[in-house]
Design a protein around this ligand. Structure first.
Ligand code: SAM
Length: 282
């Protein structure tokens, strides 16, 4: 059975009397070609365990269950749980979990390492990805559908308008790239935004040693608090840090960052050096 075509998707939804909810980011994939490309991008093999967030009616789940060892799919919408249970009744390697991706303990769902592959609900893309990066230790590779603009911010290099806190947070933990764009015509209903698949390969160790991660992210947030200001001004005025200006000056000098630079021109590595220097002096 192939779930991912327009007529079957409509039939399944109609049979169960389900109207899709915008508030849950429900845009279902109806194109097998795109599913094949996602599975190829994630390089799924019979060795792989996969966590999927938001299986919907299981189009991607079905395709992944043919390629991977096991798929554990976490769905919030209780109306979809009986549908999924029925579709995957005889599929031993698929587990459907009724839960909230913002609360589930992902590592407890699978023994050992896993890949995360999903067509994410766009209203919570960033918190879901950050939960995998910050709170789980099993996620080794994340291949997910996101809003194209969000994907561009994740992979952005210093210097452009897309580069910011999200780029630094994602690139601190992963090697990030946009795999391919996805047209809105392959979804039911069509989203109003463009989409893309991003591939995040989790680094064994973050890019460089950070003395204190909380402090590092406070420095980054402060630096971008008013992105048009110089890094010196942002850091000394932002509400998340209360470090005296002379210490900021000293740290900037130590790591050779021009105090008149703007945060958007400073690389992840340089931010790490800067936060370590402020942390040590302070
Ligand atoms: N995977 C399906 C597909 O590609 O056709 C559906 C993807 S749809 C973009 C997002 C799915 O995430 C929906 O099924 C929605 O109900 C589910 N969802 C929304 N919020 C969620 C949450 N907090 N935790 C788990 N699933 C959620």
């Amino acid at each position: 059975m192939k779930i991912a075509n327009r007529q079957r998707t409509k039939d399944i939804l109609q049979k169960h009397n389900i109207k899709l909810k915008k508030s849950l980011g429900q845009n279902f994939l109806t194109d097998n070609n795109i599913l094949d490309k996602i599975v190829a991008e994630a390089n799924l093999s019979s060795e792989d365990s996969v966590i999927e967030v938001g299986p919907g009616i299981g189009a991607l789940t079905e395709r992944m269950s043919e390629a991977a060892k096991e798929v554990v799919a976490v769905e919030l919408d209780n109306r979809l749980i009986p549908v999924l249970n029925e579709i995957f009744e005889e599929q031993d390697n698929v587990s459907i979990i009724h839960g909230d991706a913002l609360e589930v303990d992902f590592d407890s769902l699978i023994d050992g390492d896993y890949k995360v592959v999903a067509n994410l609900p766009y209203y919570i893309t960033t918190p879901i990805i950050m939960r995998f990066l910050e709170e789980s230790s099993g996620a080794k590779e994340i291949v997910v559908m996101v809003q194209k603009e969000v994907g561009e911010r994740m992979v952005a290099s210093p210097g452009g308008k897309d580069y910011g806190i999200l780029s630094i947070a994602v690139q601190y933990y992963t090697e990030a790239e946009i795999a391919f764009g996805v047209p809105s015509s392959v979804f039911i209903p069509r989203p109003k935004v463009d989409s893309a698949i991003v591939s995040l390969k989790v680094l064994d160790y973050p890019r460089a040693k950070v003395e204190d991660e909380d402090f590092f992210f406070k420095v980054v947030k402060s630096a971008f608090h008013q992105r048009r200001k110089t890094v010196r001004n942002s850091l000394s005025k932002a509400p998340f840090l209360s470090v005296p200006r002379d210490i900021i000056d000293q740290a900037l000098e130590e790591v050779e960052i021009d105090p008149r630079r703007r945060a958007e021109k400073i690389s992840v590595e340089k931010f790490i050096e800067l936060s370590n220097a402020i942390y040590r002096i302070y």
